[in-house]
Design a protein around this ligand. Structure first.
Ligand SMILES: *Cc1c(COP(=O)(O)O)cnc(C)c1O
Length: 394
């Protein structure tokens, strides 16, 4: 749904940081509210046909104005002037991911990373076990191996990428893999949750569909669960919107409003967060109890050059393999005072977690790997807190 906006500015000429603030607002008119009200209704007055020829929603499952405002801001971050994107917001990241995957034809061949967000892998494995898809697992940081898997075997229908991957922070060369995928007619989907559109734009790099857990950086305050699918392909966008209407996983208006409010500050949050992440990565790199720091901003990271090419900055997620057993690594987590021991990521508060505590986490993830989601606290405080907590590793 197009947002009402008669502000005098042509938004497409504005920087993303500005659009985050200006878009998704009520019509600018004397006496109008500056912030959007939350449209709390399940249904709408009307006796005419649904869908309504004038674009009125008719009912709350197909569409909601507050959800539409959030979609308009997300779409503006992802699209370009000549290839505008459409956003469809879902009730969680997994609902968005599931919408993309469940529209695949039976028997579709899907190439995905060895290690990626654990619940995405769980869903892919489930679909394969039930004979819905054929799953090919690949190390997505190995571009040559991906090219060979795509070009030398039976055609793949869908390539599922994350970059950086969760939680190993591997980097996939999105442009190179997309171009090989398109040679065999495959659709490329990128889960861009870790980077967000401010840091990386998969559609511009050649991908066809972008998915988000809006729960994370986009909302930014660990108070909401939401997801989104974005694409510049109108036919795909229509399928996804229809999927949401039929399967029913639309977001609640209050959640959409919270995300919209969070989005206003995405640019400032992310800049601060990734600046601290870089400092933290360097500090961890010099720590005696750390075996390996996984952060694409470190020149020694195997994906550093690719990340420099396809990202603006390196994001605010990092991981470290400790020289410790799982129990001791968990003691270090519990010893933190400022870092919150919790799963999830992308909020203003810094979170720390031993990933393998999650039963469904991939075996490729080391037992003593800690994942860090860097918040907006002062970097010195965050480092001092870890320094004290890591004394249990001596
Ligand atoms: C959290 C996450 C998801 C799932 O999103 P939910 O909003 O929790 O359903 C998907 N992909 C990545 C990379 C994530 O971090």
């Amino acid at each position: 749904m197009a947002p009402p906006n008669d502000s005098p500015t042509d938004h497409s000429q504005l920087a993303a940081a500005t659009r985050l603030v200006t878009l998704g607002r009520p019509l600018r008119a004397e006496g109008a509210p500056v912030g959007p009200p939350i449209q709390l209704t399940s249904t709408f007055v009307g006796a005419g046909p649904i869908p309504d020829p004038h674009g009125h929603p008719g009912y709350g499952r197909p569409d909601n104005e507050t959800v539409g405002l959030l979609e308009s801001v997300l779409a503006s971050l992802e699209g370009t002037a000549d290839r505008p994107a459409t956003a469809t917001v879902f009730s969680s990241g997994m609902a968005a991911i599931s919408a993309v995957l469940s529209d695949l034809p039976t028997g579709a061949r899907v190439l995905s990373a060895h290690s990626a967000y654990n619940t995405t892998l769980e869903l892919l494995t489930d679909l394969a076990a039930r004979g819905r898809i054929e799953l090919i697992r690949q190390d997505v940081s190995d571009t040559q191996a991906c090219r060979e898997a795509l070009l030398s075997r039976a055609p793949v229908d869908l390539v599922w990428l994350e970059s950086p991957t969760n939680p190993l922070l591997d980097i996939a060369d999105i442009a190179a893999i997309s171009s090989a995928a398109h040679q065999v007619g495959a659709t490329v989907v990128v889960d861009n949750t870790f980077a967000t559109a401010l840091i990386q734009q998969p559609l511009t790099l050649g991908a066809d569909v972008v998915v988000y857990s809006v729960t994370k950086f986009l909302s930014g305050h660990s108070d909401v669960l939401l997801g989104a699918v974005l694409t510049a392909d109108d036919a795909v966008a229509q399928d996804i919107s229809r999927h949401r209407r039929v399967h029913g996983a639309i977001a609640g208006p209050f959640e959409a409003w919270l995300a919209l409010r969070g989005l206003r500050t995405l640019d400032v949050r992310l800049h601060r967060q990734q600046e601290t992440a870089q400092r933290l990565a360097q500090w961890l790199d010099g720590h005696r109890a750390v075996r390996l720091v996984r952060y694409p901003g470190l020149p020694a990271h195997p994906g550093h050059e690719t990340a420099r090419r396809q990202m603006r900055g390196f994001g605010a997620m990092l991981a470290a393999d400790l020289d410790a057993d799982a129990r001791t690594a968990e003691q270090a987590v519990r010893a933190c005072r400022l870092w919150v021991p919790a799963t999830s990521l992308g909020g203003v508060e810094s979170l720390i977690e031993r990933r393998r505590r999650i039963a469904s986490e991939a075996e490729a993830v080391p037992e003593a790997l800690l994942r860090f989601s860097v918040g907006i606290e002062a970097a010195d405080d965050l480092i001092a807190d870890l320094d004290a907590a890591f004394s249990v590793l001596d």
